[in-house]
Design a protein around this ligand. Sequence first.
Ligand code: FAD
Ligand code: NAI
Length: 466
Amino acid sequence: ANEAYDYDVLVIGAGPGGYVAAIRAAQLGLKTACAEGRETLGGTCLNVGCIPSKAMLHASEYYEAAAGGAMEKMGIKVKPQLDLDTMHGQRKDAVKGLTGGIEFLFKKNKIDWLKGYAQFTSNDTVDVAGKAVRAKNIIIATGSSVTPLPGVEVDNAKGIIVDSTGALELAKVPAHMVVIGGGVIGLELGSVWRRLGAKVTCVEFLDQILPGMDGDVRKEANKIFKKQGIEFKLKTKVTSAEVKGKKAVLTLEPAAGGDAETLEADVVLVSIGRRPNTDGLALDKAGLELNKRGQIETDHDFRTAVDGIWAIGDVVPGPMLAHKAEDEGIACAENIAGQTGIVNHDVIPSVVYTWPEIAGVGLTEEAAKEKGEVKVGKFPMLANSRAKTNHEPDGFVKVIADAKTDRVLGVWCIASVAGTMIAQAAQAMEFGATSEDIAYTCHAHPTHSEAIKEAAMAVTGKPIHI
Ligand code: FAD
Ligand code: NAI
């Protein structure tokens, strides 16, 4: 490292953005440290986000398969009994294993973990736990936290009005859970507790759930979740929630205004979005400003407006997703090392890990049509042999291509393994594939992925199995 500096690179925050940036920087021979105030590494994703939510989704899926009769239909008779403590235990084990794994990777790559929250004291120096640390490059990767809803105060310890962190840890299955916000968190965690026996009501401000996703997908997802028993109150807002004894009483109003109604719940999950973490960084000392949405703006190389300061992940504009943060972390470290790190923000897949899963990459049909003429191919999972054999009739694949060039602009799937299927679509799009390229790629049989091939064939009107 340069003598004047303690480090070549100091990363603030050890989430998927920060820890990955730190590892890549170290791999490239840069002297690297990462400041993290949490007791374990891994950020939101490993500690209270992606990983623990998937642990609960996976376990509750098994429970429902046994309790809901799906196993019995396949000739497996079981009388399941819910042991929630053990279910929580395997969730905690998953988190412990993975966060410990990052600590191991830090040691292996000789990255110093500075334990504490970093605060800028100048454009190249931060204070961490009372110690000044000077670095030639500083990467801000402080992530995001839950957006509060005025009038609805979260108290995870009490376990009645909770955010996603509290909803992962409920000590018992609520009789009635009200989810505020029909986005990714509301549907994933609402699904967990519904499968384990709760009645779930989802209150969504807009006229449809899952904003940002393809219109057909949103409609179909709503139909599937309704069939599973989730009750939706669309175009509705929650104006207050009051804890009375062991229950919460919510006041709801039509989004457009009108008569209020009340709703009682044992647990209320507030999941109306997340906002960037910038409080406490003293960005003014570094000479940095936030945009109107409270984010740190960067250029395509992840440079902020201040020389030597970079930013990645949930704290910068774009989808708040772990894999987007990771890819930005790698690219940012490579740029610091003088290489050419690039993230193609047009091809970032997103997945909702419900059952079935919902996944998409690229443009929605609506957005694609705004840009020009398109051709669309659709194929139902009901006609896919593997899905049919596995008793998974719900969902479809949709491929959207440019009408003139046939280049694939977007792919959307609702299928049990949509999250895995979408990777091939992302890769095809990265390679500039046409729908014909996908249609003429040999797909193994019988796989769910054949539905992507057939949807691509349907773009020009020639699917085989429908
Ligand atoms: P974070 O993971 O938020 O990490 C930032 C870290 O910085 C934190 O550990 C924080 O303690 C630390 N920090 C903050 N300020 C300071 C400071 N001043 N000094 C030192 N350290 C600081 N995304 C997916 O792609 N797939 C999923 O399945 C998925 N599931 C999710 C489920 C839930 C319930 C939630 C809440 C989120 C989920 N996400 C998922 C989103 C994903 O967790 C985030 O997009 C991702 O963690 C962002 O990474 P990051 O590195 O930008 O920030
Ligand atoms: P979200 O943005 O996905 O959904 C929030 C929903 O709440 C939207 O439908 C919005 O219209 C609605 N809403 C906003 N204000 C409201 C109000 N006052 N009343 C009722 N509804 C209201 O946000 P969510 O679910 O909190 O998740 C935050 C972020 O975390 C996501 O954007 C995603 O990036 C990330 N995440 C990703 C996951 C994944 O990749 N599988 C899983 C969980 C979270």
